[in-house]
Ligand binder design. Structure first.
Ligand SMILES: *Cc1c(COP(=O)(O)O)cnc(C)c1O
Length: 960
């Protein structure tokens, strides 16, 4: 064969997607390289990435393919999933995503590409959505406060346990009670957390609660096999013995059942999945977490609060715990950083669209169909274990296994509870005809559910004492958008308040806001992926199994590790999972004395917070003047603690954006005393194809698929944080109690509710790697480095660049030092961040890892034109600062301290400022073509924390 491509092959262009994903074209590339004094990309990379770590494991990936070819290949895989009608329940139910929400939110980059709302003035849309989410949860649970989402129901339950321990000062007990009818995956996750916190778990019938001395207890409402218990009695017992009660509640049942808060619960948790979010083989979904006002300073996750802006106008922002891990480190309430914002929003819009009446109709209909099924089954001679239920029947049957098998042949899945019983859960998609079909499985005779439903309509399956009293969702936001037109416009109105990647680059250091290509997103809403229940028999999920295997191979090639666990559903959870694997490994070797985790001062806040969760003692290692790990200090710590050290957690390239030359020495030093090296993989975007942590010394890393591997940020979630491990740690990764995960052991514990975490967004990363292929993923890294260095080069005359590597080059991000400017002018990093909004940009990462700095990460997806536009904005801002320094503009009246500027500002007939309205709002010419208006002025954080309001204000507040 000759090397020359045929004319046809040349025109087929399998590398087309690479050129779509990477911003700069060849002309721009040459121009940018020239600025850096380099002739080729390879020259730049050689000068930047230390030779001793270069390693191209990604060579083994397949060649790139086109979007169409990748989609076709994935469709073939998806078709291997058999989507049966699911009656499995266990916390996951089929649901309809209202199409107006599907298209305009879930499939809309204006929503899914947004970043976590750290810059609230350009995030008022999603903040309003999240405030509505909190209001919805407050209404349904009857509690005082709710946060803006958790990773899933099981981890929410585990966080409730941890919070109960923190806030319960009256109990001396170290034991936690779990009712024996909570979902099995919830119990597994709680047991894992408890093991590492050193709590004892008592799993028993809630009727026996009185016999146990415990600091907290979890009961499920309704139980995993459907029973609606009168939880008020347990709550009373708990209160009498200083036990804090957490209620795990089903969100749809809460529409009909009395609010747990009214019954005295201390914490209420659950999952929003059945409010319009596809099951997706386990996720992503949003856990919810509601609690008493008294616990607000101890709660995990983020709370959205109402504050005011500089003009006293109502404005929303993340309250108190905004950057909790970064401030409190190992004393943080939890390690959760990325949560499930997009999913929280989807469920809120579902509730707003249906409204209280619509939700009531849905819940009542599900309950009526369940009552009808119950009646028919009883007529056919079957007995039910629970007389009181909402949507789930626990059916006694000596041939339960045979019935479940027969159900499969009829295209449906029941849940086998034990040898003599099964359960059936109904949902909003169930029809009367579906129930007829279910009955055929049991009786093999035709049924007429539609007719029978009339006769059972007035019977009750919910005890009178537990029927909800009082209205739900009476706030106007839940009663205003029931027509599609109204909903569409409301969604658009919120979306237009926010800056996402469909407006401009979001240069967030450490967060890698790269392209989330449409072709990558398309498969997420395929029903073959969306409608799979996570506990469906695995032989029905062959498409998913194949996807997991292939993605694991791809990620191995990208990291140099030997095995990948896909369970952790955020970076923080990956850290936790990786540290547990390390702990289990040492336990297996009898080295239980290794309890110290070394963490450099510059580490991301989740690192110490995760170490604390596995009961390791955090010892901080200093950084030197270049921002590298201080080798002298590290050696001293290794000397001092020796075989007490379990691990070093190190980010590579460093959080300062530099390739440290001595990472191999660091790893060898740790290994020399038998310790493990945890490489935080958030910065894989600087490594893929050029170097591999599994090869240069890492034993384990988490990968943030929502950073390097193209899962969008969703405005603060979802994400995925799988871990890569070397072979010796592979036997210690998480398992799952219900759905066996290949090559894992349940004794290792369980990290997430679902066996493969947020399985339904894994196709995004698969598509990315498949389309980029062996050549593309490496090129992406090279361009990420080129773009960062180009920006550093353009900006360095105006702002000092804090750290650089050996030849003066940075890795994939750079830190601008604003401290000297602040000293000279009084203008702070915050002023600059807010001023960038006037230029239509989202600010870079602020004051991490160094206070008074901005960390810029452009990613490979931005073209030179966009990089220049951002640099021009920064340079224009620098010139504005000069005018403050020189005294031309007063320190308290200039476009920086007054930023951001709203339409109201420039329309004001009074304009008493030393700069023009045009300078305020359109400081560069491109803004005359396109302008995104911040809708509020700078928000007062202190006011919001002093006057904490986390529910929807009355409607008048929206009017002015
Ligand atoms: C983003 C990030 C994390 C945490 O990941 P989440 O998915 O937000 O939990 C950890 N370490 C570093 C360096 C990060 O940038």
């Amino acid at each position: 064969m000759s090397n020359v491509l045929s004319p046809l092959a040349e025109m087929e262009n399998p590398t087309e997607f690479i050129g779509r994903h990477i911003g700069p074209d060849s002309t721009q590339t040459q121009a940018m390289l020239k600025t850096l004094g380099k002739n080729t990309l390879e020259e730049l990379i050689t000068a930047t990435v230390p030779a001793q770590i270069r390693h191209e494991a990604t060579r083994t990936l397949q060649a790139p393919v086109t979007e169409q070819a990748a989609l076709a290949e994935l469709k073939t895989m998806a078709n291997k999933n058999q989507v049966l009608k699911s009656y499995i329940g266990t916390g996951y139910h089929d649901t309809y995503t209202p199409t107006v929400i599907l298209r305009n939110v879930l499939e809309n980059p204006g929503w899914y590409t947004a970043y976590t709302p750290y810059q609230p003035e350009i995030a008022q849309g999603r903040l309003e959505g999240l405030l509505n989410f909190q209001q919805m949860i407050l209404d349904l649970t009857g509690m005082d406060l709710a946060n803006a989402s958790m990773l899933d129901e099981a981890t929410a339950a585990a966080e409730a346990m941890a919070m109960s321990k923190r806030v319960n000062k009256k109990s001396k007990s170290n034991a936690y009670f779990v009712a024996n009818d909570v979902h099995p995956q919830t119990l597994a996750v709680i047991k894992t957390r408890a093991e590492h916190f050193g709590f004892d778990i008592i799993c028993d019938d809630p009727a026996n609660l009185e016999a146990h001395d415990v600091f907290g207890a979890l009961v499920q409402y309704t139980g995993t096999t459907g029973q609606v218990r009168d939880i008020a009695a347990f709550i009373q017992v708990a209160q009498n013995q200083n036990t804090l009660i957490t209620v795990a509640a089903d969100i749809l049942s809460l529409v009909l059942l009395e609010a747990p808060g009214k019954l005295g619960a201390d914490i209420v948790i659950g999952c929003n999945q059945r409010f319009g979010i596809p099951m997706g083989f386990g996720g992503p979904h949003a856990g919810f977490f509601a609690f008493r006002d008294a616990y607000k300073r101890s709660s995990p996750g983020r709370i959205i609060g109402v504050s005011i802006d500089t003009h006293g106008k109502q404005a929303l922002r993340m309250a108190m715990q905004t950057r909790e891990q970064h401030i409190r480190r190992e004393k943080a309430n939890s390690n959760i950083c990325t949560s499930q914002v997009l999913l929280a929003l989807l469920s809120t819009f579902y509730a707003m669209y249906h409204g209280p009446q619509g939700l009531k109709r849905i819940a009542t209909r599900v309950n009526l169909l369940t009552k009808t099924l119950a009646s028919s089954l009883q007529s056919a001679g079957f007995s039910l274990k629970h007389a009181e239920y909402f949507d789930t029947l626990h059916v006694e049957a000596s041939n339960a296994q045979a019935l479940c098998a027969r159900a499969v042949t009829h295209g449906m899945n029941f849940r086998l509870v034990d040898a003599n019983s099964l359960s059936i859960s109904l949902d909003e998609t169930t029809t009367a005809e579906d129930i007829d079909a279910v009955l055929v499985v049991f009786t093999q005779a035709p049924a007429n559910t539609r007719e029978l439903s009339t006769t059972v309509a007035n019977s009750h399956s919910i005890p009178a004492a537990l029927v909800r009293s009082g209205a739900i969702l009476s706030h106007p936001v839940f009663n205003s958008f029931h027509s599609e037109t109204d909903m569409l416009r409301y969604l658009k109105r919120l979306e237009s308040k926010d800056i996402a990647l469909n407006h401009a680059m979001i240069p967030l250091g450490s967060c890698t806001m790269k392209l989330n290509a449409t072709a990558e997103m398309i498969p997420v809403t395929w029903p073959e992926f969306g409608r799979m229940h996570p506990f469906a028999p695995i032989d029905q999920a062959q498409g998913y199994s194949q996807l997991f295997e292939q993605l694991q191979e791809m990620l191995k090639a990208c990291t140099g590790y030997d095995a990948i666990s896909l369970q952790p559903n955020a970076g923080s959870q990956g850290e936790y999972a990786g540290l547990i694997a390390i702990k289990k490994y040492f336990e297996s070797k009898g080295e239980d004395q290794r309890t110290i985790c070394l963490i450099p001062a510059s580490a991301h806040g989740t690192n110490p917070a995760s170490a604390q969760m596995v009961n390791m003692k955090v010892v901080v290692v200093k950084c030197d003047d270049e921002g590298n790990v201080d080798m002298q200090d590290l050696s001293a710590k290794v000397e001092q603690f020796g075989n007490q050290i379990a691990a070093l957690m190190v980010t590579y390239p460093s959080t300062h954006g530099v390739f440290e030359e001595n990472i191999r020495d660091i790893s060898e030093l740790m290994h020399s005393v038998g310790a493990q090296v945890y490489v935080d993989g958030a910065n894989m975007n600087a490594l893929v194809g050029l170097a591999a942590p599994g090869e240069f010394g890492g034993d384990v890393s988490h990968l943030n698929l929502h950073k390097t591997f193209c899962i969008p940020h969703g405005g603060g979630g979802p994400g995925m944080g799988p871990i890569g491990v070397k072979a010796h740690l592979a036997p210690f990764v998480a398992g799952h109690p219900i759905q066996p995960v290949p090559n894992t052991d349940t004794a290792n514990g369980t990290i997430s509710a679902a066996p493969w975490g947020s399985a339904s967004i894994l196709p995004i990363s698969w598509m990315y790697i498949r389309m980029m292929g062996n050549t593309g993923v490496k090129q992406a890294t090279e361009y990420a480095i080129l773009n960062a260095n180009y920006m550093a080069e353009r900006l360095k005359a105006h702002f000092p660049i804090l750290y650089a590597g050996r030849n003066g080059f940075v890795a994939h991000e750079c830190l601008l030092d604003l401290r000297p400017l602040k000293a000279a002018s009084g203008i702070s990093e915050e002023d600059i961040a807010k001023r960038l909004m006037d230029f239509g940009f989202h600010a870079p990462t602020m004051s991490f890892p160094v206070a008074g700095t901005l960390m810029i990460e452009p990613t490979e997806s931005e073209s030179q034109g966009e990089l220049d536009r951002f640099c021009d904005a920064m340079i224009a801002i620098r010139q504005e600062i000069a005018k403050v320094e020189s005294g031309e503009w007063p320190k308290d009246n200039n476009p920086l301290v007054k930023a951001p500027h709203t339409l109201d500002d420039v329309m004001d007939s009074q304009w008493a400022r030393p700069y023009t309205r045009d300078q305020a709002a359109r400081p560069l010419p491109y803004l005359h073509n396109h302008k995104v208006w911040p809708t509020v002025n700078r928000i007062d954080n202190v006011y919001g924390d002093r006057n904490l309001i986390c529910s929807c204000p009355s409607i008048e507040n929206y009017m002015d």
